[in-house]
Design a protein around this ligand. Sequence first.
Ligand code: NAP
Length: 275
Amino acid sequence: MSEHREKETFEGRAPEAAAAGAPEPASVGTPEQGGLLAGQTAVVTGGSRGIGAAVCRAFVSAGARVAFLCREKGEGAAALEKELSPSAKAYSCDVSSAAQVDRIFREILEDFGRIDILVNNAGVTRDMLLLSMKEQDFDQVIDTNLKGVFNTIRQVYPLFARQKSGKIVNVSSVAGLTGNPGQANYSASKAGVIGLTKSVAKELASRGVCCNAVAPGFIETDMTAALAREKVLASIPAGRVGKPEEVAALILFLASPLSGYITGEVVRIDGGMAM
Ligand code: NAP
């Protein structure tokens, strides 16, 4: 959204005034009402595969309409769009580009008319020891994983503030909590997401908007396919890796009215790995 539109839509109010007009807690959806997210529209970044695709499926099952973003709308994204039709639509958008994000959110608002939930899930890794890490390996990971979150939150911030409701769920990582050798760029980006989450949570809490982060451990997706599983398993008290659907269930909870009094929180979902 342009600065001009932002000024038009976001009427600045003192926190006390906002608190005085704070919305009533949302009522919890029931199956009779059509699901936990009935009538809501969600934007999910990185929705074409892995955790993001599981989130799209969980949200549509809960009654939401979903706009999902990926770099290229390839076969996987097209197949998911078809599977979830008519409740989901795929958009090609590199979240690290503010201009692309601005254009796509305009399109989404034209297509869906509103946004109630934003899930920042798109992410990449470029793992190597810092000694070998090139500037572009650092920049690409920060630009996608951290600046991408800034780019999308900027789009919904004035909308959510004006409608006095909204849920933002950012996908961080246990690497952002503990650090990880070979992942200085990735860990820094995911730690940054946590700081961003808490700041936005504080800025928007009085407007009835929740902003939380999830910190997955080792989840079975393309991102972890090449990693040595046996070595990692020894560090997971649960003795197994996680499934994308398990992370999606947590994100569904944080995106739903069930979690209306939780904001600025970081929830680990890692089988005890970073305990
Ligand atoms: P994945 O299977 O590799 O999927 C990554 C998704 O992000 C894809 O949809 C990809 O789109 C999208 N994406 C990447 N760069 C993008 C960009 N610049 N703009 C738009 N979309 C982009 O990864 P995943 O394992 O599901 O991970 C999802 C999130 O969880 C990431 O933020 C990751 O850091 C985090 N996480 C994962 C694990 C794990 O163990 N898997 C653990 C902790 C945290 P394309 O299909 O177009 O490439």
